[in-house]
Ligand binder design. Structure first.
Ligand SMILES: Nc1nc2c(ncn2[C@@H]2O[C@H](COP(=O)(O)OP(=O)(O)OP(=O)(O)O)[C@@H](O)[C@H]2O)c(=O)[nH]1
Ligand SMILES: C=C(OP(=O)(O)O)C(=O)O
Length: 226
């Protein structure tokens, strides 16, 4: 059981969040995206999505640590170089166990789980969502994906298990488990990329520096509003 960290409710502590980001092995990841970029290796696209996600989390003003849960060596190397702490995928039993393991490693404090397929993510939108999760009721909070059926972010206050229910209609599953929705105007946070159409939508928002060149766009991270 996690317990409140010092200053957890005082509003004066800004970098309070540990964000857990599980990433599947690249040879198995993002299977619905296979073939979306003809002539580009699928693993390169899956890696770029994850690294852009992690870099945006690292740049988020309220995040203390990014914890990547993966058994993929290329993901571990690239996200570690981007400033993440990397732990193995334990018990190697799928996404929700990986989230639970990451939350356990994170220990006491504010913990959020985030999917690794948010290549347009802007740090300011993540900061706004995480700050909203610290205000009001002390329930777990979740941010639905753009269609509203899935989940991109699940947050828990100190002392409360993350209790992830990702996969399928996870927005409904998180609501049924007592989590409350956060519905701010955060298009880049809600834009997860599962299909070629999702990648086109993310491209319109502005891709991160790793995914953009693979997609033939020139939108560097530095030129995006953070
Ligand atoms: N560590 C870890 N991460 C996972 C696992 N399964 C999914 N993920 C990650 O969870 C996030 C959301 O999952 P999905 O959107 O379903 O991604 P996916 O399973 O790679 O994609 P599909 O093969 O198209 O279903 C992605 O960023 C994945 O990398 C897992 O078993 N272990
Ligand atoms: C795992 C999830 O993502 P997706 O539906 O995008 O695979 C989810 O939304 O819970």
């Amino acid at each position: 059981m996690r317990v409140p960290a010092p200053g957890w409710q005082d509003g004066g502590v800004t970098q309070v969040w540990t964000v857990v980001v599980p990433v599947k092995r690249l040879d198995a990841a993002k299977s619905r995206l296979r073939g979306a970029l003809p002539g580009r290796p699928h693993e390169a696209l899956a890696l770029a999505l994850a690294v852009d996600t992690v870099e945006a989390v690292r740049a988020c003003s309220v995040v203390a640590e990014v914890l990547v849960v993966t058994d993929d060596q290329a993901v571990a190397a690239a996200t570690g170089a981007a400033g993440a702490r990397v732990v193995p995928d334990r018990p190697a039993a799928g996404l929700n166990p990986a989230f639970r393991y990451g939350a356990a490693v994170a220990g006491d404090g504010w913990v959020a789980g985030l999917t690794a397929d948010l290549p347009a993510l802007r740090p300011v939108e993540l900061a706004a969502a995480l700050s909203a999760a610290r205000s009001g009721p002390t329930n777990r909070r979740y941010v639905p994906d753009a269609p509203g059926t899935g989940t991109v972010l699940l947050a828990a206050p100190p002392g409360m298990p993350l209790d992830p229910r990702f996969g399928g209609n996870s927005a409904a599953a998180h609501a049924a488990s007592g989590a409350l929705p956060l519905l701010g105007d955060w298009p880049s946070l809600r834009r997860d990329v599962d299909t070629a159409a999702d990648l086109a939508a993310a491209t319109r928002l502005g891709l991160g520096a790793h995914t953009a060149p693979l997609c033939g766009t020139t939108t560097p991270t530095a030129s995006r509003p953070v």
